[in-house]
Design a protein around this ligand. Structure first.
Ligand code: NAG
Ligand code: NAG
Ligand code: NAG
Length: 377
């Protein structure tokens, strides 16, 4: 890749800036966080521990393959694409007890947790329309910075106990699409902003976090690999004409597989019933509904808009879940490919918000001028 050498000048210019840019105004735990942590925040950081599928909690945990959360839209609907809702996403968690919404069992069809010296990461696939992401949304990137430094979502906090006691993770990045997700939380320290670089927001999961995106569930220990965008002494910047390939997947040293993950709660729309709670016999066909089994190919394929279930009465919503489970559906669309990711990058690129365009324009003129100066040296 001879062309990549042209990036080295930029790396020298910009890397020191990334390294120095990490003073944090405050550090919280779920137990001492105020109700909100940023100006303009729509949700809350005081989440309690209750069970609430309309929770506005914006605290995300990433602890293990069975205990992680993702940011996703608060409301269903075609307008809820990640690009429109990035400032107001709420947390959806695999486990009860966080005060956030529960990810319905069966929504996640593949999740691969990796712990490396520099970060923890979960990559996977699923039917994330169950998390209010519209069908077909190629998604976008969420991180604690955003246009104004308040984060996308504004005030979203990430916590992890993967690096010792539970602590706030100041550097993280989370790509969400209708059928794929990836989230990386970086170990506090000087390398955190580099391994959780957030400037490649149109490049998608596979490029930013090369890892396993197959169905199935596993926990691995792995190498950190090279940071996104960094190729030896060169750094690529989004928008440059030659897009370097994704890094190879960092090697994994020990993996344990799980047959499934889940919480056992029965969830449909905003209705949630704890495990073991059975509906009354008078509800007829509903008593036959059991919690979806994530490994089943027919589980939780949602044929229509989540809004149907969201506002329905209990028995109607559960009925619609039952019928959607009964109809086995095409899960082919759930398999991500490199092509898929690149086109997702392009789609997102063309649908950029105004501020992103300005940032990119400024970035491009800067890069252009630097390249103009040095390209032919
Ligand atoms: C669920 O969360 C929403 C949004 O924070 C809140 O308005 C509502 O009162 C909560 N419901 C319960 C039962 O706690
Ligand atoms: C959910 O988690 C909370 C906090 O850990 C706990 O008090 C509650 O009993 C749990 N609910 C169920 C139904 O398991
Ligand atoms: C339950 O569903 C039946 C038939 O689908 C409907 O007629 C009835 O009104 C529903 N009950 C409630 C309480 O919504």
């Amino acid at each position: 890749m001879p062309r990549v050498a042209a990036f080295s000048v930029l790396a020298v210019v910009l890397l020191p800036k990334f390294i120095s840019a990490q003073t944090y105004s405050a550090t919280y735990l779920p137990s001492n966080v105020p109700p909100t942590t940023e100006e303009g925040q729509t949700g809350t950081n005081q989440c309690g521990t209750g069970l609430n599928q309309t929770s506005d909690c914006q605290n995300l945990y990433i602890n293990s393959v069975t205990d992680f959360c993702l940011f996703a839209p608060p409301n269903p609907g075609a307008d809820s694409v990640i690009g429109n809702t990035e400032r107001i996403e709420v947390a959806w968690c695999t486990k009860n007890g966080t005060g956030a919404r529960l990810i319905p069992d069966g929504a996640i069809k593949g999740a691969h947790f990796v712990q490396t010296p520099d970060f923890v990461q979960v990559t996977g696939i699923g039917d994330l329309t169950l998390l209010n992401i519209p069908v077909g949304d190629e998604g976008g990137e969420l991180d604690p910075h955003g246009a104004d430094g308040n984060g996308n979502p504004i005030g979203g906090l990430v916590f992890s106990s993967a690096f010792g006691q539970l602590k706030q993770i100041h550097e993280w990045t989370n790509f969400m699409a209708a059928d794929q997700f990836c989230i990386r939380a970086c170990k506090p320290g000087p390398m955190a902003p580099i391994f959780c670089q957030h400037i490649y927001d149109v490049m998608g999961c596979a490029w930013n976090m090369p890892a396993n995106y197959d169905s199935g569930f596993e926990t691995c220990v792995g190498d950190s690999g090279e940071p996104m965008g960094v190729y030896g002494t060169s750094t690529f910047f989004q928008g440059q004409p030659v897009m370097p390939p994704a890094h190879p997947r960092p090697s994994l040293s020990s993996c344990t597989t799980l047959s499934t993950i889940g919480n056992g709660f029965l969830i449909s729309g905003t209705t949630v019933l704890p495990p073991g709670v059975t509906l009354s016999p008078s509800s007829g066909p509903l008593s036959a509904v059991s919690a979806p089994t994530p490994s089943s190919p027919t589980s939780a394929v949602l044929p229509g808009s989540p809004s149907i279930a969201a506002s329905s009465p209990l028995n109607a919503s559960l009925g619609s879940l039952a019928s959607s489970q009964a109809s086995s559906g095409g899960s082919g669309a759930l398999t991500p490919t490199a092509t898929n990711t690149i086109s997702s990058a392009t789609g997102r690129f063309s649908a950029m918000d105004g501020w992103e365009c300005s940032v990119l324009t400024v970035g491009l003129s800067f890069i252009g001028s630097v390249l103009g100066t040095f390209l032919f040296l």
